[in-house]
Design a binder for this molecule. Structure first.
Ligand code: 0WD
Ligand code: CA
Length: 381
């Protein structure tokens, strides 16, 4: 097998990378050695406040507070009267990251060799961590496809997700039960996070999903220099806490595990997503709250990211980290061979549906354009 065996006219097996039209997502193709993935380094952070305004600082950071051994966290509390939900119909694309880049332009560029062939920013790819998570899990995804818009500007490739019609329908038709369950994750955070380093959580407060603290990290996947940002739930506040991103803690909720079948499903499906999301930025641990069907958390467990691969080893037909990383790496190579025109007004739209190959289409001056004029002007001046 070789990645990307398209139709014979488009892509004979011996065709060079530059003539590839599609990319296969078949798992077997990616069962190779784990690619080099450099330890992610935090290069900055930013905050979004209760009105979703951007700040080039860490004002929204929260501190992890150990839960009691037998918690009784009611995740339904406050859903009706103390919940401010972000308007997810507003598509922010890469805007917050771009604002951060502009605000830190000199810091980023100063670390780059003056060679004219290298990208002006000193990185090959700029995107959200969440987009990379989707790429990592693609070889194992059987339900939801994705659309990723790519634009090459001053030698750097920007990747920004486009909502699929299927996910738009899921979003607008989301039923009441599901809406409430999406709140549970945020409510759990409120039980475990303090706003101040010496403070305590305030479960009586308002949950506002506009608020976010985001880390910006730089790393390298094989020969791809990456700069991406991801939302971080909280940090370790102990005196011996390591430097970011190793001090960060990801918080998750999941249904209680009562049967061997449930445990197996948790390993095979949920841990894949959890691992991919935290491994990428170098967040070392997850604190998971296990809840009953009424939204009551009665136990928590710390899961170390580095131990997940051992946890899943006994599972038959399970996912493999190397497949995830190799697919992501090959996808980025594929995009970089396809997108050659350096132009903020050109978008290559990469599209994937389960059980299909990745394909793409080209769009000029279209509604898919996502690099705003203020960014293009700010980077050019
Ligand atoms: O507009 C879009 N298409 C996207 C916007 C796609 C992905 C992310 N975002 C925004 C989010 O609103 C958030 O501010 O980017 C930021 C987070 O980026 P990320 O860290 O790259 O995203 P991801 O890893 O998918 O999610 C991290 C956390 C989630 O935690 P859980 O534990 O549920 O995975 O960010 C939050 C959520 O807490 N989050 C969101 N919050 C509000 N609206 C959203 C969203 N659409 N997506 C993720
Ligand atoms: Ca979380």
């Amino acid at each position: 097998f070789r990645p990307n065996q398209g139709g014979p006219t488009l892509c004979p097996p011996e065709s060079s990378a530059s003539s590839r039209q599609t990319l296969s997502t078949m798992r077997q193709l990616y069962e190779k050695d784990f690619p080099v993935y450099k330890q992610p380094v935090e290069v900055g952070s930013f905050s979004l406040d209760s009105e979703r305004r951007f700040f080039n600082d860490a004002r929204q950071i929260r501190y992890y507070v150990e839960p009691p051994p037998r918690p009784k966290f009611d995740l339904r509390d406050g859903y009706k009267d103390r919940f401010v939900k972000r308007d997810d119909g507003v598509k922010e694309k890469l805007d917050h990251i771009l604002r951060w880049i502009l605000a830190n332009k000199s810091k980023l560029q100063s670390s780059v060799a003056a060679a004219s062939s290298s990208p002006a920013l000193g990185v090959d790819i700029v995107t959200w961590r969440g987009h990379l998570t989707k790429l990592l899990t693609t070889p194992y995804e059987t339900r939801e496809g994705w659309l990723l818009a790519a634009t090459l500007f001053r030698g750097t490739l920007y990747l920004s997700e486009v909502e699929t019609e299927a996910s738009r329908l899921d979003r607008v038709n989301c039923n009441e039960r599901h809406q409430e369950m999406m709140y549970w994750g945020y409510k759990f955070e409120q039980y475990l996070c303090a706003d101040d380093i010496k403070g305590s959580p305030n479960p009586g407060g308002v949950v506002n999903t506009n608020e976010a603290f985001c880390t910006v990290v730089q790393t390298k996947l094989a020969d791809h220099k990456l700069l991406f940002s991801g939302e971080v739930d909280c940090r370790d506040r102990g005196p011996k806490a390591p430097a970011a991103p190793a001090c960060y803690v990801e918080l998750k909720t999941s249904a209680e595990i009562c049967t061997p079948k449930q445990r197996s499903n948790f390993h095979r499906f949920k841990l894949l997503k959890w691992w991919a999301q935290s491994f990428l930025p170098g967040v070392p641990r997850i604190v998971a709250g296990f809840r009953d069907p009424d939204g009551l958390v009665i136990g928590t467990e710390t899961i170390h990211i580095s131990k997940i691969s051992h946890l899943i080893k006994n599972e038959s037909n399970c996912w493999k980290p190397t497949v995830c990383m190799n697919f992501c790496c090959e996808f980025l190579s594929f995009v970089r061979t396809v997108v050659r025109e350096d132009n903020p007004r050109v978008v290559h739209l990469f599209s994937w549906d389960p059980h299909q190959d990745v394909t793409y289409s080209v769009h000029r001056d279209s509604t898919y354009c996502f690099l705003p004029p203020w960014y293009v002007e700010g980077m050019t001046s």
